[in-house]
Design a protein around this ligand. Structure first.
Ligand SMILES: C=C(O[C@@H]1C=C(C(=O)O)C=C[C@H]1O)C(=O)O
Length: 86
């Protein structure tokens, strides 16, 4: 940072992070809920618990974040499968 740049407002930025985390948590919880509803409906209709091509699409979506994006996609998929999810 050179002398003409203003120092970032750390408190305001932290507040934004806190809001983003709250929003992300809400969205992840809703994603889990939806994933479980779809999975249960498919299994009740005699289908599979997992749809691989759909999961590949999800993984590809997060590729722009690099290797951790892959990990993040895997975590989201696992959360939707519940405690027995692999
Ligand atoms: C939600 C679904 O069921 C499973 C969960 C997925 C997910 O969490 O994104 C994707 C594919 C399926 O393995 C679906 O088929 O769309």
């Amino acid at each position: 940072m050179n002398s003409t740049e203003a120092a970032p407002d750390i408190d305001a930025l932290r507040e934004e992070i806190d809001q983003l985390d709250a929003e992300l948590l809400r969205m992840v919880k809703r994603r889990i809920e939806i994933s479980k509803i779809i999975g249960a409906a498919r299994m009740a209709a005699g289908g599979t618990r997992i749809v691989h091509n759909r999961e590949i699409d999800v993984i590809n979506r997060y590729k722009e974040l690099g290797p951790e994006g892959h990990n993040l996609a895997m975590i989201l998929l696992k959360l939707g499968r519940g405690p027995l999810g692999r």
